[in-house]
Ligand binder design. Sequence first.
Ligand code: URA
Length: 206
Amino acid sequence: MLTVFDHPLIKHKLTVMRNKETGTKDFRQNLDEIGGLMVYEITRDLPLKEVDIETPICAYKGSTLAKEVVIVPILRAGLGVVNGIQNLIPTAKVAHIGMYRDEETLEPHPYFEKYPSCMEDAYVLIVDPMLATGGSSIAAIDMVKRQGSKNIKLVCLVGAPEGVAAVEKAHPDVDIYLASLDDHLNEKGYIVPGLGDAGDRIFGTK
Ligand code: URA
């Protein structure tokens, strides 16, 4: 299922990020804030378990998260989404997936994978700011499924219809969350209107 968030704060902050005049510091700050706003909504289905605690006044049956949350950034740009989510879920663990693109076949190839031991039962958020062709997202979902994870969500900021269709076809069981569904991919693989190269804008490279 695809969810595109329709919220004035997200639209405002995403416009700041799209603006080519926005520098690295403000780009990252708005990315953190959008990540937090999205995850607040996405995690409405997080399961809870009862805990018995004592308030200063009396005994109380409270609630605590029943599952480990694992954030899986796709290197490199996905790293930029981790902070905003961890601000809301400080106990979340962070896995990492690195991939390079074969220049001839254009297929993504993993060069690095690192996971916590709780992947089978965890609530997994794969994060990447841009869902362009969908190739790296599909490969990342394949890799996370090989760890035994069943509860997987894909969280991106800006998506192209081509990428959404590809992920939905390959992994119909994985929910996709976007701050914006943009128009199309250009001939260089950039999302239009998009925000440019997310990794370069997050890390100040070119
Ligand atoms: N990756 C990016 O960083 N930007 C795009 O527009 C597409 C893929």
